[in-house]
Write a protein that binds this ligand. Structure first.
Ligand code: ATP
Length: 389
């Protein structure tokens, strides 16, 4: 069992001159037994502080943290049944992998040396690191050190794994490989895991659900596809997805059901126009690069744009184009031949556009979600975004 309940967690620090820094602001999240939750957000948004509060390495200023119904908010770190994996591995340099893996068990349990050794051997075998057991950290590569650090967490058989950017010191290829390994391991062990990263690709590919933080506040929690297709606000829309969503500041023309700015006019479908007419006039139109198409005859909402730069990737090309003095991005099928310095006609399909309230940033209208996103959300019954928008 590893049900974790974070309720109204707030953590303040003082900056030295007495000014309070609110690192985590009234955060509430319920994490189900066996779930892989990714905490994602930009640098300084409070991810590590949240994790450290759960681990007991920081004390909460307000709020509670409960594990399997027991309030652990003020419990000492070593008494929490939680194992943490850090970015810098944090292995003891003078100890072999075997000793590193066994240290926590030796200090924190009544297990005999034989029992500890048995657990280490079993874990090492499962992780394929038996040959590393008698080596010291300096004899290991970064990837091997991280495997040992993971082994050290696994051998403790905790209720909860906390992982703070565990793969960021590895090169890109190894990171991708370890990502898959870690996911398989987590599925096999079925231990609740909270994984911190600032990398949205890692969040999208690894999490059962992702919690997006900004300035210490929870912006959205949902399945990866929910956050991608149905962002709660402009921040999530811009943070999840790469390249980022394009945003255009618009004013609503209620009489004709369009959004306008100095450069172009975008006509909305009747349902969206009616829906939007009931809210504010100052809006942001959002469209993901991968949802922009080169126009075909008969298309509505055709926009002629000047191509600035083309980055061919093979299967697709990133086309950077100008509207007014701003640059935007389209991800266009690699088979389209597009030349820099020319004009092309592009379309933002009505079913794919997002509309946000410019003042609050809240999503007013999201794109139509594809079936895959809905199916994924059904697995996590408490996901509510599909009902809301
Ligand atoms: P990163 O991805 O860069 O590690 P993060 O999202 O993990 O960032 P935190 O390390 O949790 O962010 O920091 C959140 C905020 O709290 C930041 O503004 C940071 O400067 C501040 N902070 C963190 N620890 C302390 C501390 N011990 N004393 C004062 N301020 C702190």
């Amino acid at each position: 069992m590893g049900d974790l309940e974070i309720a109204n967690l707030t953590k303040q620090f003082s900056d030295g001159s007495g000014t309070a820094i609110v690192a985590v602001d009234d955060l509430s999240i319920s994490i189900k037994d066996g779930e892989f939750l990714v905490l994602v957000g930009p640098s300084g948004c409070g991810k590590s502080t949240t994790l450290r509060c759960i681990a007991g390495l920081e004390s909460a200023s307000e709020g509670t943290i409960s594990l399997n119904g027991t309030d652990i908010t003020h419990q000492r770190s070593r008494n929490r049944d939680i194992a943490m994996v850090f970015q810098n591995y944090a292995l003891y340099p003078h100890m072999t992998s075997r000793k590193n893996m066994g240290f926590g068990l030796k200090m924190g349990t009544d297990l005999s040396s034989d029992e500890i050794n048995e657990r280490i051997e079993k874990t090492a075998k499962m992780m394929g690191i038996e040959q590393l057991l008698d080596k010291k950290p300096r004899e290991l590569s970064g990837g091997q050190q991280q495997r040992v650090a993971l082994g050290r967490a696994i051998v403790r058989d905790p209720e909860l794994f906390l992982m703070d950017e565990p793969l960021s010191n590895l090169d890109a290829k190894l990171r991708t490989q370890m990502r898959t390994e870690l996911q398989n391991l987590q599925t096999d062990l079925d231990v609740t895991t909270i994984y911190v990263t600032h990398d949205q690709t890692e969040a999208m590919t690894m999490g059962d659900r992702i919690a997006v933080l900004n300035d210490g506040e929870l912006q959205q929690i949902g399945t990866p596809l929910e956050c991608y297709h149905l962002p709660a606000n402009r921040f999530v829309a811009g943070f999840i997805g790469s390249p980022s969503m394009n945003f255009f500041e618009m004013i609503q023309d209620r009489d004709v059901g369009t959004l306008v700015n100095d450069e172009f006019e975008y006509s909305l479908d009747a349902t969206t126009a009616k829906f939007i007419a009931e809210v504010t006039d100052t809006l942001t139109l959002g469209i993901r690069p991968e949802d922009i198409r080169v126009a075909a005859s008969g298309d509505e909402n055709v926009l002629t744009v000047e191509v600035d730069v083309v980055e061919p990737l093979g299967d697709q090309s990133f086309v950077y184009f100008k509207v007014g003095d701003q640059t935007y991005t389209a991800s266009i099928d690699g088979e389209e031949y597009i030349r820099e310095g020319t004009e092309i006609n592009v379309v933002f399909p009505q079913k794919r556009v997002h509309v946000f309230d410019r003042q609050t940033g809240e999503a007013i209208k999201n794109r139509e979600p594809p079936e895959a996103a809905q199916a994924e959300a059904v697995e996590f019954q408490d996901s509510t975004s599909f009902a809301v928008k």
